[in-house]
Write a protein that binds this ligand. Structure first.
Ligand code: ADE
Length: 314
């Protein structure tokens, strides 16, 4: 008889018992269950490889992390953050974690394979996006941020490299290795602050640089940088080196290129605000609602954004 088939489950919900009679479909997955393909991306202590589940034929992206390197570089905490945050989340705009396992040398995170890769590659290829495409992708990114924040997770390193696109050209946010979880359900942005991590220079918020503190609002700063970049083709703050970039950020030193659509300009100006509590989107649910009704999103049907077909990129 064939064992009952089950949809893959996050590890947290999967049965913990591993009896010899456990059906194949619920037994803990391991390296042998996958056929590994080409490399999709490389990080400083991980590699993402495409893989096919031998029993179901399903395609995944497996993030392979080198244990020795993680320990040597003191990144154990970040690896745990990535696993714990991904395990908490179930949303169309966020890469899903299906299984985790390990062998002697490596940890394996089995993730959604976003077939169209990084948003950054599309910006580079096309130069920039038109207003309509920018509105569509921004809405999906914002919807994903809203969900993340509702689950008590701040991403802290949102950028076009961490925004992947699936086969339908829908957004899948990835790389939660530097995320922050808030156990408390307090929406007060002030106490929702912590520690000293610094993300990618061009998208880092001024509060992180000045007070070494990130909050939910820091993700909205990054969103402002991303909207600017989609339309202008380059991020708003870019110096000749990291220090110069940081100087520009803390001094809010940026300009809009000619022809930047006024409605997008208005939104970016309300997101790139130095004081995080004055930034559009801050202040919990009410803040996000205010952001979602900005005229930039006028054409967006928020309850339909994951069914809406992606506009053709030109
Ligand atoms: N590159 C890094 N992670 C990826 C993923 N999950 N899907 C596709 N490409 C990736």
């Amino acid at each position: 008889t064939t064992p009952p088939t089950r949809a893959p489950q996050p590890e947290s919900q999967a049965p913990k018992t591993q009896l010899s009679q456990t059906p194949l479909s619920v037994r803990k997955k391991g390296v042998k269950d996958f056929e590994f393909g080409k490399t999709l991306g490389e990080g400083s202590y991980s590699t993402v490889v495409s893989a096919r589940d031998r029993s179901t034929g399903r395609e995944y992206a497996i993030k392979i992390l080198d244990k020795k390197h993680i320990i040597k570089e003191k990144k154990v905490k970040y690896v745990n953050i990535e696993k714990n945050t991904l395990n908490k989340m179930n949303h169309p705009g966020i890469v899903r974690l299906y299984y985790t396992f390990q062998d002697h040398d490596s940890l394996y995170f089995v993730l959604d394979h976003a077939k169209n890769g990084e948003l950054l590659a599309f910006i580079k290829k096309l130069g920039s996006f038109d207003l309509n495409c920018t509105q569509y992708y921004t809405a999906q990114i914002l919807s994903s941020i809203e969900y993340m924040h509702s689950q008590g997770v701040i991403h802290r390193d949102l950028k076009p490299e961490n925004i992947l696109l699936d086969e339908k050209m829908h957004v899948k946010i990835t790389d939660f290795g530097t995320a922050k979880i808030f156990e408390s359900n307090a929406d007060g942005e002030e106490d929702a602050r912590a520690n000293s991590f610094v993300g990618t220079a061009e998208y880092v918020s001024p509060e992180l640089l000045k007070e070494k503190a990130a909050c939910k609002s820091s993700d909205f700063w990054a969103l402002g940088c991303i909207i600017y970049q989609l339309i202008a083709g380059r991020p708003p703050f870019k110096g000749t080196n990291e220090y110069m970039t940081f100087q520009k950020i803390v001094n809010l030193e940026y300009t809009f290129p000619e022809g930047f659509p006024p409605v997008a300009k208005d939104l970016v100006q309300k997101l790139l605000v130095l004081n995080p509590s004055e930034r559009l989107g801050s202040g919990g649910n009410a803040g996000i609602e205010k952001l979602k009704v900005h005229p930039f999103f006028q054409e967006i049907k928020w309850d339909k954004i994951w069914e809406m077909p992606a506009p053709r990129l030109l």
